[in-house]
Design a protein around this ligand. Sequence first.
Ligand SMILES: *Cc1c(COP(=O)(O)O)cnc(C)c1O
Length: 359
Amino acid sequence: MSTKLFIPGPVQVSDKTYAAITTPVVGHRSQDFVDLYQSVQPGLQRLFHTKDPVFISTSSAWGVMEGSIRNLTRKKVLNCMNGAFSDKWNDVSQRCGLSADSLKFEWGQPIAPEVLREALATGEYDVVTLVHNETSTGVMSPLEDIAAVLGEFPEIISVIDTVSSFSVVPILKDEWGLDVILTGSQKALALPPGMALFTVSDRALERAASIEGRGYYFDYLEFKKNHDKGMTPSTPVIPLIYGLRSKLEDIAEEGIENRYARHAHLNSLVHDWVARNGLELFPVAPEFASRALTCVKNTRELDIPHINQLLRENFNCVIDGGYGRIKGKTFRISNMGDETEATISELLGNLDHILNNLL
Ligand SMILES: *Cc1c(COP(=O)(O)O)cnc(C)c1O
């Protein structure tokens, strides 16, 4: 049996999903494919809380993250930075040859809406990027409050990485007036890696139409043109779309609100375990803690690689030993995807057993 993953992506994939993925492929210009593509749209639009089309990209999320800034930036992009993933976005902007500034917050801190307002008020920017749930630090920024600030600057297009918060908490794209929302398959959707999903507002499409050098593979207008025919620009990862169709059935059966509530509850079980064991959350305040994973400050200087080895040998599972420059100083436990009270309680019980008896 393979090792069960409690890392914040890729997460454990269910047998049902794996079975769906082995459905024989069809031609990507056939009516069968059009039927498949169109069958997932309503479920995706419900999950994205939008009336805009949801595009399917055969790439990981970074492809769409890079593509988005290339599709949208005419003047200058502002990259909000408060952890490893958002920091990297500024690096990517520069590597694309774009004019880019960073708005930095300490790791562990959320993006502060009023600081963002000040930066945007300079009038220098026409695109802003941010990571809703910084997976490296376990911090979830207050997206609704941020969206209210963005609403004050109608000329600025927002690109929101919701890779690790999508389908974990409600992200009300249309109601909050967000432009681009993107996510990846291997986080809370609990699919294997290799597919990204994104939705684009009309005004973001209009902006893209005015930009030269969008390239081909991630060109928004190519996605839109093909979407209108029930297709993707190039040959898509059809097996993962079968997996997605199966996952959307699971989500409809559970109910989206129940899904959000389950993630919140499982996350609170991990938070309780952290407090019970004399550890602390890495995020500066509990209200900014992610609901998808828990980033724990390793105040007891636990030997995480050793704990992971014991978890693997005794219980056939792993957690995550921290990411980027806070590796070892923190560790992370994921509760996203298909986890249940039983699976999370079992993991926490196994960790207790290791801490109390095996170290
Ligand atoms: C996992 C993750 C990514 C990276 O996704 P890839 O699939 O590696 O492209 C980006 N942003 C966040 C917040 C993530 O958690």
